[in-house]
Write a protein of this length. Structure first.
Length: 337
């Protein structure tokens, strides 16, 4: 069993938490948390502000993600689960790191280019600077490992570069260089409406994703409406090439059942997608039922959920305050009273 020193990761509370967040991230974090000495799982509400402004939704989404962490197997007694905005050292360190971040490094961030699109001049500064805040999220805890999806690898590399340049400028090993952990088995789940786009909280269509809080009827309807093509199921994985929607549905089944896609193809070979969709609906309902029920229970007790967040923030603040004091001193600030 691999053992990590301190891991940190987070989800943006920008909308309904979905199957992609679960299979691509949170399920692995819960597994990794069994193999790690210290774990911090953040709900990055300040990052959400780069796209979301509705304050009531932000509160609800933040609690829902906390509930999802717990329901997916992250134990709040062993891991600090907290809201980013409850630990003000994140934004303080973000400013210090900003003063070390050459614009050239930020200009290379592909996610900004993707998210800002053609409307770059109107994109907000927060969206541009968010990799620096993400570096601060990681470095404020001296996290050694950061489990992320492939799309976030570049941002963890930026955190490494910033840590290295800070350490060498002050000739002191202030930050360990964090390593991204990108699991090869991590499933990348695509939209149910367009197999070339990833399943995403911010997609306008609810039918593009399975929410972790969807009930059996909703899952049934969404899978029935999920886009496929008119060809039957091929006899092997190769036959799924250039069939992104078909590949995605089989990938979801495989991620939930641990049955490989070749085995699935030979089992359903020649059949229309409608019969496979029945099996997929069934496994989705059964796999997500315990998560949904636990989330619903937790969400009915918001005070208990907030207590988890407050307790998690206490642990996070202890670590962060210790480190930010050390950083202020290195920077040359007069110590506070
Ligand atoms: N479709 C996906 N398949 C696999 N993994 C995914 N993740 C997100 N979508 C998929 C992983 O979930 C973690 C948390 O993601 P996030 O909320 O911080 O940011 P995101 O990647 O931008 O997620 P969304 O759902 O697409 O949100 P919006 O719409 O707000 O941008 C990350 O580890 C991510 O890789």
């Amino acid at each position: 069993m691999k053992s990590y020193q301190r891991i940190l990761s987070g989800v943006r509370p920008t909308g309904h938490i979905h199957l992609g967040n679960y299979l691509g991230a949170i399920r692995n974090w819960a597994q990794m948390s069994l193999e790690t000495k210290e774990q911090l799982f953040c709900i990055v509400d300040q990052h959400a502000l780069t796209t979301v402004v509705d304050s009531e939704n932000l509160k609800e989404n933040t609690r829902t993600i906390a509930a999802a962490y717990i329901a997916c197997g992250i134990d709040p007694k062993k891991s600090a689960i907290f809201a980013q905005s409850h630990v003000s050292a994140h934004t303080e360190l973000s400013w210090y790191l900003s003063c070390f971040a050459p614009l050239g490094w930020l200009n290379r961030m592909t996610q900004f280019k993707d998210k800002a699109g053609k409307n770059k001049e109107n994109a907000n500064l927060g969206l541009y600077a968010y990799p620096v805040l993400m570096a601060a999220d990681i470095l404020i805890y001296k996290a050694t490992h950061v489990p992320v999806g492939e799309d976030q690898k570049q941002h963890v590399e930026l955190a490494r570069d910033l840590a290295g340049s800070f350490n060498s400028y002050y000739k002191k090993e202030i930050f360990p260089l964090p390593e991204p952990i990108i699991s090869k088995e991590t499933a990348r789940i695509m939209s149910l409406r367009d197999g070339t786009k990833k399943m995403s909280k911010s997609d306008v269509s609810d039918y593009s994703r399975i929410h972790l809080l969807d009930d059996a009827d909703t899952i049934t309807l969404k899978i029935r409406k999920a886009k496929t093509d008119s060809d039957p199921i091929p006899s092997s994985k190769e036959g799924l090439q250039n069939r992104p929607e078909a590949e995605n549905l089989m990938g979801i089944y495989s991620a939930l059942s641990a049955e490989n896609i070749d085995a699935l193809c030979s089992e359903y070979s020649g059949q229309p997608f409608s019969s496979f969709k029945n099996a997929l609906t069934e496994i989705l309902i059964e796999s997500l039922r315990p998560i949904r029920e636990k989330m619903q229970h937790l969400l009915q007790h918001p005070d208990e959920l907030d207590k988890v967040l407050y307790d998690g923030a206490d642990i996070a603040n202890l670590l962060a305050e210790k480190h930010i004091k050390e950083i202020r001193e290195v920077l040359g600030m007069i110590p506070r009273r």
